[in-house]
Design a protein around this ligand. Structure first.
Ligand SMILES: [Zn+2]
Length: 149
């Protein structure tokens, strides 16, 4: 009996957009001071509603087309409720079963046994998501990265 290893990777890419994924807070990954570019929406205050960043969706579609993906005519976001110490909202908005882009591929040239070989990697899905904030220490949350697309 022989086995063929199948390895899946989840790769995160940060899109360079003017604002965050679901609000008008500035998307500034080089922000020098924590918790400046945040608002009630990205902190999940009651009564606030997220609005999808159109620029992020356009850029995601461009990435999907560049990677030979099928771009969905219909896509949706899901709300995943869970507790995590550095997720003050208590939920994350993500895509799972109906991502914006799927079934793409990416070719690499790798050095095989003495020659360059072309390998093709399948991209099962490219989905819109956002980063959760990072906890610098347990009592301080750095909300800056909250909802970077
Ligand atoms: Zn915000």
């Amino acid at each position: 009996m022989s086995y063929e290893p199948t390895i899946g990777l989840e790769i995160h890419v940060e899109l360079k957009t003017r604002t965050k994924m679901f609000c008008d807070s500035l998307n500034d990954p080089d922000e020098k001071h924590p918790n400046i570019n945040v608002c009630p929406v990205c902190m999940g205050h009651p009564g606030t509603l997220p609005v999808i960043n159109q620029e992020a969706i356009h850029k995601l579609i461009r990435v999907g087309l560049a990677l030979n993906c099928q771009v969905a005519e219909f896509s949706k976001f899901d709300r995943k409720n869970y507790f995590y110490p550095d997720l003050p909202k208590g939920y994350q908005i993500s895509q799972y079963d109906l991502p914006l882009c799927k079934d793409g591929k990416l070719g690499f040239r790798v050095q095989g046994s003495g020659k360059l070989e072309l390998r093709e990697y399948i991209l099962k899905r490219i989905r819109a998501d956002y980063c959760i904030p990072r906890a610098l220490i347990i009592r301080w949350l750095i909300l800056t990265a909250l909802e970077y697309p």
